[in-house]
Design a protein around this ligand. Structure first.
Ligand code: ADP
Ligand code: MG
Length: 302
């Protein structure tokens, strides 16, 4: 095992398994998922519907427990955590933003009151708490550029404003990790990019580690790292970095695709690569000095 040399992550999932059994039918939503997210990262998770993204987010949020494997967030072990630890974990260590704007905010409270609620639940109550909470609420609303919504209830805000207030609520207790499950799913693309800017602001200003599940290619293209989930496992990963051309001084973003090699040596090739070369079943392997070549079967044997 080489994992002992790996830097400690803010989020580490090791062969995570989640099996749902309903009416005697088993669904393996996560089938040995590995993931490492470093402190201060802003990354996106993508994948087809039903690939296990929400299952993973619910586990990381402390709302669901895995069937097997290991998961640690901010040094907390999500499998062995006591009920009391789980509660404080949900209140203070992670913040979450869901796709349904209605799930994020209480309808009868104003934006400022919605933000004050998690502060009160975290029990930071003092005589001056009320004023401190109001100040914290305004600070976050200003940071996310929705200060004008302070005294409005959700129905008096646009969908985009509601999601930005939802991010403020999730950040209220200054969590180490912010999780968002398709937070722009119900919004048009212009509003979606504003929401994405809000996440970036939170990441850059507060240093919060952020994981965003998204369908939106535009959003996925904005982050440095995108991890794809396929059939309950992490499959490929795209890393982007900016390169400045020495001659022209122009900056371009270079994206490169990576795959995850598991401990048994298994590797999942991207479906479009496999299709492009019409590979199936047996493939030819050759070890070169600095890479491994994978070619369609050229043996001529059945
Ligand atoms: P995604 O968010 O990527 O669309 P999900 O994590 O919601 O995928 O679902 C992964 C698989 O697990 C799907 O086949 C889904 O039907 C199943 N699943 C998710 N939650 C439950 C549950 N509570 N009970 C039974 N099956 C579930
Ligand atoms: Mg989902």
């Amino acid at each position: 095992m080489t994992t002992t040399h790996a830097p400690a992550g803010m989020i580490t999932c090791d062969r995570l398994v989640r099996i749902f059994s309903t009416d005697g039918i088993e669904v393996q939503a996560l089938q040995g998922l590995d993931l490492l997210v470093r402190e201060g990262e802003l990354m996106a998770l993508v994948g087809a519907s039903g690939s296990g993204k929400s299952t993973l987010m619910n586990i990381l949020a402390g709302l669901d427990t895995p069937t097997a494997g290991a998961a640690r967030v901010a040094g907390r072990d999500l499998l062995t955590m006591s009920a009391a630890d789980r509660l404080s974990y949900r209140r203070e260590t992670v913040g979450f933003v869901w796709q349904q704007t209605s799930r994020n905010l209480l309808p009868y409270l104003t934006a400022a009151q919605n933000i004050a609620l998690p502060l009160r639940l975290a029990g930071r109550a003092r005589r001056t708490a009320r004023r401190a909470h109001a100040r914290r609420a305004l600070e976050l609303l200003e940071l996310l550029r929705v200060a004008d919504c302070r005294d409005r209830r959700p129905h008096e805000m646009s969908g985009g404003q509601q999601q930005r207030v939802a991010i403020a609520v999730a950040l209220a207790n200054d969590p180490a990790v912010l999780l968002a499950d398709e937070p722009t799913g119900e919004l048009d693309s212009h509003t979606a990019s504003e929401i994405f800017d809000a996440f970036r602001t939170a990441n850059e200003t507060l240093g919060t580690t952020i994981v965003i599940v998204t369908h939106d290619q535009a959003v996925a293209g904005e982050v440095r790292r995108t991890v794809a989930i396929r059939d309950g496992r992490t499959s490929t990963e795209v890393l982007r970095r900016s390169e400045v051309d020495a001659g022209t001084g122009r900056e371009t973003v270079v994206a490169r695709e990576y795959a995850m090699l598991d401990r048994a040596g298994r590797l999942q090739l991207p479906a479009d690569y496999v299709r492009a070369l019409d590979m199936r079943d047996r493939v030819a392997l050759e070890l070169e000095s600095d890479h491994i070549a994978v070619r369609p079967d050229d043996s001529g044997e059945p």
